[in-house]
Design a protein around this ligand. Structure first.
Ligand SMILES: [Zn+2]
Length: 312
């Protein structure tokens, strides 16, 4: 890539779009945030995505830079090969050929990716998994999803739906999950589930971060909720390790904001559950909520020569 070349990166979430111009070495040149406005319907969201990307291309050129490719990350079920957002409840997409629409509008190569998978790629190449070849990135937020990244590339599965660690049943007969099953990891240990459980026990609304802080401060019921959460997560990660034999598990998403308050007890609980499996290194995600846009940038850079390669 020539000097002054940048890629346009968009991480499209249910509430906001994080957008960036990123250089070939993976550093952000410029970042922006926009509202997704998912309540306006899928066509309006597509129009916003295209106009944000177009605006960034204009800004790059106005600043003397050359936009060379576009990466777009979207949640849900994504067919990365066809460039189609197959199904995304948060954003309202169903069978949207987003890559071709973006190519037509912008006249640049475009890569479409899954938000958690590209976040995993960013953590593996640039963040907490750097230097490890086998990385399992686990995002614990409103839901729970994972990305299996090997040699800097994430595996999407046959139908674009790999890594749904959140729907491993860890508490048979437990709380009902959004997917319809009872006792999924996501229904027990997502940030949303932590808040729900705490309000059930105490009648007091609290975010997962509040619960973590109160547990750390010695509040009994918060401590109970937090211990139950850590135990359920350890059950899920044990299954994850049985499936993926990861070298490092990178824990991201809102729940990881608890830092050592999550990672330390989770490491101990996972260690206690492992039998013949090798213990993975457990690390807190390093890129925060920029992982998605940086990962989208890496997808775009992979489309052009000279981008950041996996460091192996
Ligand atoms: Zn489920």
């Amino acid at each position: 890539m020539s000097e002054g070349a940048v890629v346009i990166a968009l991480d499209v979430g249910g509430t906001g779009i994080k957008a960036a111009l990123v250089r070939a070495d993976g550093t952000s040149q410029h970042t922006e945030r926009h509202a997704t406005g998912a309540d306006r319907g899928p066509s309006a969201v597509v129009e916003t995505v295209l106009s944000v990307a177009g605006g960034l291309a204009d800004k790059a050129r106005a600043d003397g830079l050359t936009p060379v490719a576009v990466g777009i990350a979207v949640p849900g079920v994504i067919d990365e090969v066809a460039g189609v957002a197959v199904w995304s409840a948060n954003v309202g997409f169903r069978d949207v050929p987003l890559r071709d629409l973006a190519v037509a509008r912008l006249g640049l190569p475009v890569a479409l990716g899954h938000d958690v998978r590209v976040g995993g790629v960013a953590e593996a190449r640039l963040g907490a998994g750097r230097g490890s070849r086998h990385v399992l990135f686990v995002a614990i937020g409103t839901g729970i999803a994972a990305a299996h990244v090997v040699g800097g590339s994430a595996y999407a599965g046959a139908h674009g739906a790999a890594g749904e660690l959140g729907h491993i049943v860890v508490r048979p007969g437990g709380p009902r999950c959004g997917c319809g099953q009872l006792g999924c990891l996501e229904a027990v240990a997502s940030a949303a589930a932590v808040g729900r459980r705490y309000v059930e026990l105490t009648g007091t609304p609290a975010t997962a971060a509040d619960v973590a802080a109160r547990a750390a401060a010695g509040e009994e019921l918060a401590g109970q909720v937090w211990r139950d959460t850590v135990d359920a997560l350890a059950d899920g990660l044990r299954t994850g390790q049985a499936l993926y034999d990861a070298e490092v598990m990178v824990i991201g998403g809102g729940l990881a904001e608890a830092g050592a308050g999550l990672i330390d007890p989770l490491r101990a609980a996972l260690r206690a559950r492992l039998t013949f499996h090798r213990e993975p290194r457990l690390a807190r995600a390093a890129l925060g909520d920029e992982a998605g846009s940086l990962g989208a940038a890496l997808l775009a850079l992979d489309r052009v020569e000279g981008g950041v390669r996996a460091p192996y």
